[in-house]
Design a protein. Sequence first.
Length: 173
Amino acid sequence: MNSNRTARRLVRRTALTAGLVAAVTLPLGLSASAQASAPASAKVSAVAPRSVSGTFGRAVTRVADFYGAYIDAKGDYEDPDGTLATVLREHYLTPDFNRRLEMWEEENGADGVLRVQNVPARWTVTDNGAVGNGHEVVVTLTFGSGATTQKTKLFVLLERYDHIVDIGTTSGH
């Protein structure tokens, strides 16, 4: 009986070991064979994920947040969200500047925040430093793609309480 127990333990250990080896190596083998059989165009490169960071209370972060959300609201060609764009303007712009911007839009037939009629493909936001009691941030809008890109620079002035008081095409420095 003792030899039967020993034999059963040996069989169980062997089965357990074989199961563990299969559980570990089978997925590795499948993924390796799947990668080997995938066309070159379907292979994913090992590029690090992109990240965006910001800091509460910083002018450049506040302007980047505003322009990112505003462009998303205006740029959804299937369903642009004019209500969201209006709410964003009310939140980020001073009431006085929002009124002046509406008058500018009526006179120029363009969006006053973007200073154009369409929506950019890309944008960057750069800190430009203190101006009087406020802070200036440069927003560079890129339209088009490839060799047919056009860039527009906007100078966004924030008051000391972080509301936008002006958007222009020249620096206040």
